[in-house]
Ligand binder design. Structure first.
Ligand SMILES: [Zn+2]
Length: 536
């Protein structure tokens, strides 16, 4: 059975890995070879296509692109663009973290990734040195630290600013806090912990960002609000502070109210007719994953919808709609830079509002989001392996092969005997409709007592093949998003179409998904990719 299954090849369902590879190429084509591979922050599309340098090329882009290559390689195994990666890494060390305070956080995140990847004294010192210099640059009062604060009594629910993120106290702090939160989980660093706790106290008690029940308004990523929420959640989980954990879970639930079920998340939480920046989807995914991992595993269903839909659709895979028609000498340069970039502005069914330009931040963030999801597809805790999302990937414990969106079929090739294997059943499937086999023999479906929707299997040995079959139902639904009704056609948790979509760059043109058997590929794609050293 196992041999047969291996010979059959695999369905073409490696969506996250392919998106990362497209992103790698987009990064490499967004670097200025005449300036030592300095990134171009902006790809201008209108009135004339142009690659433009900005201050964000430096601390921001060098960090995000370093981060993207570092996280994306263990997922794809791609060895392309090593020279570009090394050049970016070298340029990172020359960047001024305080050119804009936002840079410091992005740079610290990259240094934390480099430390997690290879925890040497030198890399640890790079993190601590930058953290110390941030400490010297921020304001300290009472038990909190900050870059700037608004007048007493300012709060986002009443005084949210839209169109300018500079007014948010979390704007320069979010990235710094997130980096410190992750770093202090892996390194003894009392000074970093102290600085992080001081910033958390500022955001929670002084800044006016969040109401006690987690509500807020304003710019989620660009204003640093969701980035800070991820950091605060990580810190609260580490300290087991249940009140703050609840508050940050509410922040996510509140954000969902303004988002679509398929993962369109507005950068401006508040008024209707908002726009989604891919960076925001990444922050939301990060916060959601923490909830799924530590508090409520049913949240993986939400994240799988995000993964299959808006995260992928926000990536440019067509260049024609965004570039001037006809041929001109530089056109291939812009096509290569655009193809695989992630949109900085999107509507729930189109990229029509992204015709002016595409920012580089979203490209780094898109790869990061794919990585974050990929890393949680299958996890192991206390000897128990859990398959949390039906997305194809290999791992050291089990290979996950999903046939969605074509077929309701999940195959698990066991690599390593484990105390138990848990598999999350899709949330639209009733147990009676699913069929479970091990090496072709039917098994009763036993759901795990401890968590909703997980099937539990015990006594599996290396080499065995688990197969789960379930119906993929197609349903139509109306969903109101940002003040507008959308007709959405779902097949399982995959969106096939959204109406209205758009005139220039409509999304969810997914006719190609509407076949009943999965297109197959020879061999096992990404077979060697079982994860790296960095986990978030
Ligand atoms: Zn962005």
């Amino acid at each position: 059975m196992e041999m047969d299954a291996k010979l059959q090849g695999r369905p073409k369902t490696y969506f996250l890995q392919e998106a990362i590879e497209r992103g790698f190429s987009a990064i490499a084509n967004r670097l200025d070879r005449e300036q030592n591979y300095r990134p171009y922050f902006l790809l201008r599309l209108k009135p004339q296509p142009q690659l433009e340098h900005h201050i964000w090329d430096l601390g921001d882009m060098c960090s995000r692109f370093t981060d993207a290559y570092l996280l994306g390689r263990p997922v794809t195994g791609s060895a392309a663009f090593k020279e570009e990666e090394e050049a970016l890494r070298a340029m990172l060390d020359t960047c001024d973290p305080f050119l804009n305070p936002f840079m410091a956080g992005r740079m610290l995140l990259a240094y934390v990734d480099l430390y997690l990847d290879s925890p040497s004294t030198e890399r640890r010192e790079a993190v601590e040195k930058l953290a110390a210099s941030i400490r010297d640059n921020v304001q300290h009062e009472e038990d909190y630290s900050y870059w700037f604060k608004n007048a007493d009594g300012w709060n986002t629910m009443e005084h949210a600013v839209f169109g300018d993120f500079n007014g948010y106290p979390t704007f320069p702090l979010g990235g710094i806090m997130l980096a410190l939160a992750r770093f202090t989980e892996s390194a003894e660093a009392p000074d970093c912990e102290d600085l992080l706790d001081r910033m958390c106290r500022f955001v929670l008690n002084v800044s006016g960002t969040f109401e006690a029940d987690g509500r807020y308004q304003g710019h989620t990523h660009s204003g640093g609000i969701l980035t800070a929420a991820v950091a605060i959640m990580r810190r609260a989980l580490r300290k087991n502070d249940t009140a703050i954990i609840d508050q940050m879970k509410n922040v996510f639930d509140w954000t969902l109210r303004f988002s679509s079920k398929w993962g369109w998340v507005p950068d401006g939480v508040g008024p209707d007719d908002a726009s989604c920046e891919s960076c925001t989807i990444t922050d939301a995914i990060h916060l959601g994953l923490l909830i799924a991992r530590h508090i409520d595993e049913s949240y993986y269903a939400i994240l799988e919808r995000f993964a299959r839909n808006q995260l992928l659709e926000n990536q440019f895979v067509h260049t024609d709609p965004m570039l001037p028609q006809g041929e001109f000498p530089e056109k291939p340069i812009f096509e290569r830079a655009l193809y695989g970039s992630w949109a900085s502005w999107s509507k729930p069914g189109s990229l029509d509002n992204c015709i002016e330009s595409v920012e580089g931040c979203c490209l780094g963030a898109g790869i990061r989001a794919c990585y974050l999801l990929w890393d949680d597809i299958v996890t192991k805790r206390d000897g128990v392996v859990s398959v949390n999302m039906a997305l194809s990937r290999n791992s050291q414990w089990v290979e996950v092969v999903s046939y969605q969106p074509y077929e309701g079929k999940l195959e698990l090739h066991v690599h390593e005997a484990a105390e138990a294997l848990r598999v999350r059943m899709p949330d639209w499937v009733v147990r009676e409709d699913a069929v479970l086999t091990v090496d072709g023999e039917a098994r009763p479906i036993v759901t795990d007592e401890t968590a909703n929707g997980y099937i539990r299997l015990e006594g599996l040995q290396a080499g065995q093949l688990v197969q789960l079959l379930y119906p993929l139902t197609t349903v139509e639904a109306i969903e109101r998003v940002s003040g507008r009704d959308y007709k959405v056609r779902w097949r399982g948790d995959t969106v096939l179409s959204v109406t209205p979509s758009g005139q220039i760059y409509p999304l969810y043109q997914r006719k190609w998904m509407e076949q009943d058997s999965a297109p197959m590929t020879q061999g096992i794609p990404y077979a060697e990719q079982r994860g790296g050293n960095v986990h978030w």
